[in-house]
Design a protein around this ligand. Structure first.
Ligand code: LMG
Ligand code: NDP
Ligand code: PMR
Length: 400
């Protein structure tokens, strides 16, 4: 093992260096970082940005909060007669730890957002929100277990009953089972990683699309968190087992493990691969949403790789040695490491930054934390596969 590691790592890193040198600016997506980052101009609509900054500076948080809870009117008049933007209303799934919590914190402390923390463990989430100092009036915790489609539907009902508008939905929650020998399953009997990370979020976002459409917020967004490890055009995406959806025969069979495979491609169970496959589905579905609904609704659909947040709960099921070595490995060797705080700011930017309104984009960040549009792998940008994953998933979650 040690021998294998020492012979693998330096060569892997030198491939990355050569890759960077040899590839065109357009094709370079190693480490999720493009050589052309700093060259890419922001498409930032300056006018909108300035207008938004002004309105935010003028608004009184107390007044806006009260407004958000009772009406979805996008603006209201101040005593000076100026129109101000109301507090935005954003749902973040999996906000009880890691990236979701850091994002919720960042959005809540901006004062511009009321965060609905959609989580399976109420108490854990309440403690987490308190521990990062979120003010009570800036968040609401609502129960959501993405590994049960009934729970997803119930969450949507509860959310609607709350009377809050929906301006942005962030599909962030995920499970990763790298050491599982046998698959486990969702309430409906789908393999757990794809069932939770992809199918649960797919039903949630399909149901909440109507609510997003009804929002009068200036920029409505649906954000689905992706990852570098699902993209085989990167070094990280080439660490075995690699993502591969194959011809989707396992997905079409229902991922039940009963007479059919629990894996999308129909192969034997592999927890790490199932996670990476689920991330490919996340990125494909974002593009299919864009294709079907962007023009008609004006909603911005986006995905992102926030950086390697090596310290989160995602690795809770990995062996202790991995959990010990992974953060320094990412910090000092791959240099792909990013803190939870920084990653939260990045995702909060995709939620809130007036310059990130482009739809159909997979965002990444360079070393200086500037965002850029990254290239997805061939599979993760395959339009035909996106359509098929969408259609099969619709059947699995009972939408058709
Ligand atoms: C599996 O192991 C696990 O078994 C599974 O549980 C799950 O975690 C899964 O992907 C997740 O990984 C993969 C395994 C085998 O990797 C390891 O076990 C890591 C070995 C540890 C290596 C250590 C390093 C040495 C010392 C440094 C000190 C710090 C160490 C910290 C270690 C933390 C752990 C990361 O992996 C392998 O077989 C290695 C293969 C490596 C592959 C690299 C592939 C390069 C391919 C390059 C092709 C590039 C082509 C790109 C083309 C792009 C075109 C645009
Ligand atoms: P964490 O484990 O810290 O967070 C995952 C969150 O998902 C937790 O809040 C967890 O809840 C929640 N969750 C898990 N299962 C369910 C479920 N059935 N229903 C509702 N919520 C659930 O991991 P990260 O913060 O790292 O992961 C967040 C996202 O970031 C994921 O989409 C991941 O793929 C992505 N990502 C992470 C990277 C990293 O390096 N860490 C890199 C690239 C992408 P609970 O607290 O109850 O367990
Ligand atoms: Mg990976 C070279 C850059 C790089 C980056 C940015 C990541 C990100 N990883 C890189 C390289 C490598 N990793 C190399 C060279 C190896 C072999 C030693 C390696 C190994 C490795 C393992 C075993 N990496 C991992 C694992 C995991 O279990 C993580 C995983 O795949 O989860 C699905 C992981 C990750 N590496 C990353 C990122 C972001 C992860 C977390 C996965 C994710 O959230 O999608």
């Amino acid at each position: 093992m040690a021998l294998q590691a020492s012979s693998v790592l330096p060569s892997a890193i030198s491939i990355h260096k050569e890759g960077k040198l040899n590839m065109s600016l357009k094709d370079t997506a190693f480490l999720g970082i493009s050589l052309g980052d700093h060259l890419k101009s922001e498409f930032s609509p300056l006018v909108l940005k300035n207008k938004r900054e002004l309105t935010h500076r003028n608004m009184s948080v107390g007044v806006i909060r009260a407004t958000a809870a009772t009406t979805s009117e996008v603006s209201q008049a101040t005593p000076q007669g100026k129109k101000t933007l109301r507090q935005g209303s954003v749902i973040v799934t999996g906000a009880s730890s890691g990236l979701g919590l850091a994002t919720a914190k960042s959005l809540a402390e901006s004062g511009k957002w009321h965060v609905i923390m959609a989580c399976r463990d109420f108490l854990k989430t309440e403690r987490a929100a308190k521990s990062v100092g979120m003010a009570k009036e800036n968040y609401t915790i609502m129960h959501l277990d993405l590994s049960s489609l009934d729970s997803v539907k119930q969450f949507v009902d509860n959310f609607r009953r709350s009377g809050r508008p929906l301006d942005v939905l962030v599909c962030n929650a995920a499970v990763y089972q790298p050491t599982a020998k046998e698959p486990s399953y969702t309430a409906e009997g789908f393999e757990l990683s794809v069932g939770t990370n992809h199918l649960g979020h797919f039903l949630l976002s399909r149901l909440l699309l109507d609510d997003l459409k009804q929002s009068d917020y200036p920029s409505k967004r649906l954000i689905i968190v992706g990852s570098i490890t699902g993209n085989t055009n990167t070094l990280a995406g080439n660490v075995p087992p690699k993502a591969n959806l194959g011809d989707l025969r396992g997905l079409a069979g229902g991922l039940s493990g009963l007479n059919t495979s629990p894996m999308i491609d129909g192969g034997d169970f592999d927890g790490a691969k199932a996670y990476k496959d689920s991330k490919v589905c996340n990125m494909l579905i974002m593009q299919e949403f864009h294709k079907r609904y962007h023009e008609e609704t004006g909603i911005t659909f986006a995905s992102l790789y926030p950086g390697c947040i090596a310290t989160t709960g995602l690795f809770r099921e990995h062996i202790p040695l991995f959990r010990l070595l992974f953060p320094p490995f990412q910090k000092y060797i791959t240099k792909g490491y990013v803190s939870e705080d920084e990653a939260g700011k990045r995702l909060a930017q995709v939620v809130s930054d007036p310059s990130l309104t482009k739809s159909g984009v997979y965002w990444s960040w360079n070393k200086t934390s500037a965002s850029f549009e990254n290239q997805l792998s061939e599979e993760a940008s395959n339009a035909e596969k996106a359509r098929k994953v969408w259609e099969i998933s619709e059947k699995l979650v009972g939408l058709v």
